[in-house]
Write a protein that binds this ligand. Structure first.
Ligand SMILES: NC(=O)c1ccc[n+]([C@@H]2O[C@H](COP(=O)([O-])OP(=O)(O)OC[C@H]3O[C@@H](n4cnc5c(N)ncnc54)[C@H](O)[C@@H]3O)[C@@H](O)[C@H]2O)c1
Ligand SMILES: [Zn+2]
Length: 343
C-alpha cells in the first residue's frame, strides 16, 4: 500500500494513479465535500467516473446506503477490475471500504480522506464497516486500500470544530507511542500551519501504520490505539442524547484525561506525565467539563466491543510514549475517573 501526502495532490491525482489499468472508476463522496472539492477532483482525474454522492453524516453508514452503492455499481456494469475512490471523512472511507471489500468478493479501492481524523486514523489500517441495529461498526471487514492520498489543502474547508477534534487522535498517537512527537506537539507554536500539518499527519500515519502492521486483526498490540476510547465512546454516546453532542475527537480527548487519571491512580503513570497530558489537551482546545448521567456510563462501557467476558478493559499509558493494553480496573477507580471529568 502506498501513501502520498502532498499539498494540491488533488488536482494532479492522475499522475500518481494508473487509471488505465482499471475497467471503470467510481467516486464515493458526500454532498458537503462535493460542493467544495468535486471540481478540483474532476480536474485531477481527467477521466470519466461514476459519481455516488451521499448525504453527509454518520447516519449514512448503514445497510440501506450500502445496498444503494452495490446497486449503483451493478447497474453501471462495474466488474472485478474496477476501482472505487472514497473521497471523504471516516464515514465515506468506512462505508466505501466495506463496499469494496464485498462487491464481487472484493475490488480495489483508494482512500482520499478529507478530514484530519480520516487522514490520521479512519483511512489507515484497513478497518471498514457500517453501523447496524444501533451498534457502531458492528458489521465490517479488514480490507486495506491500494493507495491513500492526502492533500492538506483540502482540510482548509473543514469547520474549525471538526478540524480541531481530529487532533485528539494525533495527541493519542504521541501519548501511546512517541515521546518526541509529544514534545513537538506540546511546544510547536502553530501546528495548524500547512508545513507543520503535513509533518504531523505524516508522523501520525507512521505511528498508526507501524502498530497496525504488527497486529492487523487487533489481537493484542493494536489495542493500544483504543487509549481514551473506553471512556471516550461512553462520553460520545451519552452526549448524543444531550443538547450539546460532542464530536468523536472531543469525547476521546476527555476520555484520554479520564483514562490517564486512572493510570495515575493505579500507579502506572507518574503524576507529572498525567499533568502533561492534561496540558496538551488544553493547548489544543479540547478540554471541557461535561455533565452526563453516571449510571449510563457503566452500562455503556460494559457493552464496549473491546471487553472480554464483560470485564471493562482499558488501554493505558505507562509513561508518555508508551502504553499497555487489557488492563482491568476496579469499579471504584472508574467512578473516580468519571467524577474527575464529569461535573
Ligand atoms: N476505520 C477506522 O479505523 C476508523 C477510525 C476512526 C474513525 N472511524 C470512523 O470515522 C467516522 C468519523 O469520521 P469523520 O470524523 O471524518 O466524520 P465524517 O466523515 O462524518 O465527516 C465529518 C463532517 O465533515 C464534513 N467534511 C468532510 N471533509 C470536509 C472538508 N474537507 N471540508 C468541509 N467539510 C468536510 C462531512 O461532510 C461531515 O459532515 C466514524 O464513522 C468512525 O466510526 C473509523
Ligand atoms: Zn477514535
Amino acid at each position: 500500500m502506498k501513501i502520498y501526502i502532498n499539498e494540491k495532490i488533488l488536482t494532479k491525482i492522475n499522475q500518481y494513479l494508473d487509471l488505465n489499468s482499471y475497467t471503470k472508476l467510481a467516486v464515493l463522496t458526500d454532498e458537503v465535500i462535493g460542493s467544495f472539492w468535486l471540481n478540483k477532483l474532476k480536474e485531477g482525474l481527467k477521466k470519466d467516473f461514476l459519481l455516488i454522492i451521499l448525504k453527509p453524516g454518520e447516519k449514512e453508514k448503514n445497510l440501506k446506503t450500502l445496498t444503494f452503492i452495490w446497486q449503483k455499481l451493478l447497474e453501471n456494469n462495474f466488474d472485478r477490475k474496477s476501482l472505487l475512490l472514497n473521497f471523504g471523512g471516516g464515514v465515506i472511507t468506512d462505508l466505501g471500504g466495506f463496499t469494496a471489500s464485498t462487491y464481487m468478493r472484493g475490488i480495489d479501492y483508494i482512500n482520499f480522506p478529507t478530514t484530519i481524523l480520516g487522514a490520521v486514523d479512519a483511512s489507515i489500517g484497513g478497518k471498514t464497516g457500517i453501523n447496524f441495529l444501533g451498534v457502531k461498526n458492528l458489521i465490517g471487514t479488514f480490507y486495506e486500500p491500494k493507495m491513500i492520498f492526502i492533500d492538506t489543502f483540502v482540510f482548509s474547508s473543514l469547520p474549525k470544530r471538526e478540524f480541531i477534534a481530529g487532533f485528539a487522535e494525533i495527541i493519542k498517537h504521541a501519548i501511546i507511542a512517541d515521546q518526541k512527537y509529544f514534545d513537538f506537539l506540546l511546544k510547536v507554536a502553530d501546528v495548524f500551519d500547512q508545513k507543520n500539518l503535513k509533518k504531523v499527519i505524516d508522523w501520525s500515519i507512521k505511528i498508526k501504520t507501524k502498530i497496525v502492521q504488527k497486529d492487523k486483526k487487533e489481537k493484542g498490540l493494536r489495542k493500544i490505539l483504543n487509549f481514551g476510547h473506553t471512556l471516550g465512546h461512553a462520553i460520545e454516546s451519552l452526549s448524543l442524547k444531550t443538547k450539546k453532542p460532542l464530536l468523536h475527537g472531543e469525547a476521546v480527548a476527555l476520555g484520554m484525561i479520564g483514562e490517564s487519571f486512572i493510570a495515575q491512580k493505579i500507579g502506572l503513570l507518574k503524576k507529572e506525565d498525567f499533568f502533561l497530558i492534561e496540558e496538551i489537551i488544553k493547548k489544543y482546545q479540547l478540554f471541557q467539563k461535561i455533565n452526563l448521567s453516571k449510571v449510563d456510563f457503566k452500562r455503556l462501557m460494559i457493552n464496549d466491543k473491546k471487553n472480554i467476558n464483560q470485564k471493562i478493559l482499558f488501554s493505558l499509558p505507562e509513561k508518555i510514549g508508551k502504553a499497555v493494553f487489557n488492563v482491568e480496573v476496579s469499579e471504584k477507580i472508574i467512578n473516580l475517573a468519571i467524577d474527575y471529568i464529569n461535573l
